[in-house]
Design a binder for this molecule. Structure first.
Ligand code: ZN
Ligand code: ZN
Length: 221
């Protein structure tokens, strides 16, 4: 069986963890949350000899989606065609529409609005580097936040839903603190303590460590 490989490219002034996963044999790559710095992401793609297969999003915030149009333009130049953009949940459409405004305000001037080729939703699966990830809708930080879980590999990509020792901020007009806590507790933690995750900012962790010690969503909160 071929190996899945991945790496994190911190992008944007917010040091967002853009991640790239690929199948070691086919070298087909999924770029997750290219918030900006598209040339740096393409540099990795070229260094590793990868073919970008799709762009996948956890949610619609500018630091995660602001580089999608620029990256896809570079992909089209190199590969001859742009690739499909999948996710987030359709409830984040208003954030994708506001990308030019929000990007300009927060130091990602290249951010441009777009409509994904496919909205995703809970119950479906996302194919990443040849593996199937189950999709969970975890609103609260944004209405359309999605979490991708490879149950077999015990690995999750959680975006800004959950962090090591913290949770996504909910102080937006559309934020919902209670919904976020409920999603973490009823959808993510029951999947198992041994699931490790990468998140949108800072180091990753595991559901078990966060269930035991997270001051916002853990057992003691
Ligand atoms: Zn966010
Ligand atoms: Zn973020």
């Amino acid at each position: 069986m071929s190996q899945i490989k991945g790496t994190i490219v911190p992008v944007t002034p917010l040091m967002q963890n853009c991640s790239v996963f690929w199948d070691d044999e086919a070298k087909l790559a999924t770029v997750i949350d290219p918030g900006g710095d598209a040339p740096r992401i393409m540099e990795l793609v070229e260094t590793q000899g990868l073919i970008v297969e799709q762009i996948l999003l956890t949610h619609g915030h500018f630091d995660h989606a602001g580089g999608v149009v620029a990256l896809n333009r570079l992909v089209a130049e190199k590969q001859g065609a742009a690739v499909p953009v999948r996710g987030p949940h359709e409830k984040d459409a208003f954030l994708l529409e506001a990308l030019a405004r929000d990007g300009a305000a927060y130091g990602i001037p290249e951010a441009q609005p777009f409509t994904p080729d496919e909205w995703l939703d809970e119950g479906g699966t996302a194919r990443i580097a040849g593996r199937d990830f189950a999709i969970y809708h975890c609103p609260g930080h944004s209405p359309g936040s999605l979490v991708y879980v490879d149950a077999e590999a015990r690995f999750a990509i959680v975006g800004d839903v959950l962090f090591q020792g913290s949770i996504g901020r909910t102080d937006f007009p559309y934020g919902d603190h209670d919904a976020l806590i409920a999603a973490i507790r009823t959808k993510l933690f029951p999947l198992g303590d041994d699931i490790s995750f990468i998140c949108g900012h800072g180091p990753g962790s595991s559901f078990g460590v966060e269930r035991r010690s997270n001051p916002y969503a853990g057992d003691g909160a």
